[in-house]
Ligand binder design. Structure first.
Ligand SMILES: Cc1cc2nc3c(=O)[nH]c(=O)nc-3n(C[C@H](O)[C@H](O)[C@H](O)COP(=O)(O)O)c2cc1C
Length: 126
C-alpha cells in the first residue's frame, strides 16, 4: 500500500480535541454499487459508535473522504482505513482542529465527487 504522507501524530492534539482529516486514495479493484453501499453502511454503524461523522465520494477508482470527531477516535479509525487492502496511494491532506462539525448529522454519507470538494477545496488538487 502506498502512503505518501502520514497525518500528524496524536501528540499534536489532545484526545478530546475535535479534528477533521481529509484524504484521497485509489481503489485497487472496482467496487460495484452493492459493495460500496455495504462499505458505507458498515462505516455508518462503526462511526456512530466512535462519535465520528463525515462524507465519502467514489468516482472511478478514486476515493475522497473527510472524517471528523474526537482526535483519539479519528486516530483509531484512521489506522483501520489506511491499512484497508481495498485501496492504495493513500494521501492525507492533513488533520486540522475544528470548532464544530461540518457533517453533524451524517455518521458517513456518500456524496458526489464534486460536492466533496466544496467541503475541502484542497481535494480539488487531486
Ligand atoms: C475508502 C474507505 C473508507 C472507509 N471509511 C470507513 C469509515 O468511515 N468508518 C469505518 O468504520 N470504516 C471505514 N472503512 C473500512 C475500514 O477501512 C475497515 O475495514 C473497517 O473499519 C474495519 O476495520 P478493522 O478491520 O481494523 O476492524 C473504509 C474503507 C475504505 C476502503
Amino acid at each position: 500500500m502506498g502512503i505518501k504522507k502520514s497525518p500528524p501524530t496524536s501528540n499534536s492534539f489532545s484526545d478530546t480535541d475535535l479534528v477533521s482529516l481529509s484524504y484521497v486514495s485509489e481503489l485497487k479493484n472496482p467496487l460495484d454499487t452493492l459493495e460500496l453501499m455495504q462499505l458505507v453502511d458498515l462505516a455508518t454503524v462503526r462511526n456512530s459508535g466512535l462519535n465520528i461523522t463525515g462524507v465519502l465520494s467514489c468516482e472511478g477508482n478514486r476515493f475522497c473522504q473527510i472524517i471528523e470527531g474526537p482526535a483519539n477516535s479519528i486516530e483509531m479509525l484512521w489506522s483501520s482505513i489506511k491499512n484497508d487492502p481495498r485501496h492504495t496511494n493513500i494521501f492525507t491532506l492533513g488533520t486540522k482542529k475544528i470548532k464544530q462539525r461540518a457533517f453533524a448529522n451524517w455518521s458517513m454519507r456518500l456524496v458526489d465527487s464534486k460536492q466533496i470538494t466544496t467541503f475541502d477545496p484542497k481535494l480539488n488538487n487531486f
